[in-house]
Design a protein. Structure first.
Length: 101
């Protein structure tokens, strides 16, 4: 699972029948620099490209979420579903303590 900030939503005019009514979020993944700088890092400033994640939990713009990618993202569906990322958790707080050297 990776963490990221929701920076937008996607609306589709056509979709696969098994995904009718689905919600889609644009997510900016966190990088190690985000944790080192704390919460002062503006959302959406990740060096990694943004991604689109299926959302069944109600993630909102500006919220931190945990998402999974790849084969694990399609696991919750009974039928094979073309999903690359899914919102798996709504994150309330993050506690980060770097390893002491």
């Amino acid at each position: 699972m990776r963490l990221g900030t929701v920076i937008g939503r996607v609306t589709l005019s056509h979709t696969v029948p098994s995904l009718l009514g689905a919600r889609w979020l644009i997510v900016s993944p966190f990088t190690p620099e985000h944790f080192q700088q704390g919460t002062e890092t503006p959302p959406g400033m990740s060096k990694d490209p943004s991604l689109i994640a299926y959302d069944d939990l109600g993630g909102a713009i500006g919220q931190t979420i945990g998402f999974v990618e790849g084969r694990e993202a399609a696991a919750p569906f009974a039928e094979p579903t073309p999903i690359d990322a899914i919102n798996a958790a709504l994150v309330d707080e993050i506690f980060y303590r770097p390893a002491s050297q």
